[in-house]
Design a binder for this molecule. Structure first.
Ligand code: AMP
Length: 138
């Protein structure tokens, strides 16, 4: 995990070199409005120190983000009169990550938003789940 990456747009926002619409801030985390919102109030929460993926995030930054997310999401939901919200965090291009600096999307849901996803759940045999859980614990 580097403190900052020179060609990273979110590092530049955290450093104040690129403007943003800031909504909340702690010592190690920053929240600002997404410029291409899926819904009114769509907000990004980032660590100030550069980390590309969730697994690169240091524990202190993760703690700051965790403390911010819930209360901020509830506040956004209330301010924009949403019925709920999604927290979305993409890791890797295959998962839809475009900006390679960890960020959590807070997306308020009012029924008129631009968020869509499929949830085509499958069925898993208990033996396969047990084998996989064993591998993951190892
Ligand atoms: P992701 O696909 O998870 O990497 O999402 C990146 C998000 O960052 C997108 O929703 C963009 O609209 C948003 N974004 C990119 N540049 C900026 C910026 N300068 N200020 C605010 N949001 C941005």
């Amino acid at each position: 995990m580097a403190a900052s990456s020179t060609d990273c747009v979110f590092c530049k926002i955290a450093a104040g070199e690129i403007p943003c619409h800031r909504v909340a801030e702690t010592e190690r985390a920053l929240a600002f409005l997404d410029v291409n919102p899926l819904a009114e109030g769509h907000t990004l929460v980032i660590p100030k120190a550069h980390a590309a993926f969730l697994e690169d995030l240091d524990a202190e930054s993760a703690a700051d983000i965790a403390r911010l997310l819930g209360p901020l999401a509830a506040r956004i939901q209330s301010v924009v009169s949403a019925a709920g919200y999604n927290i979305l965090q993409n890791n890797g291009a295959a998962a839809g990550q475009v900006v390679m600096h960890v960020h959590f999307h807070i997306i308020p849901r009012r029924g008129d938003d631009g968020l869509g996803y499929r949830w085509n759940a499958g069925r898993a045999e208990p033996e396969r789940l047990a084998a996989l859980a064993g591998k993951l614990r190892a």
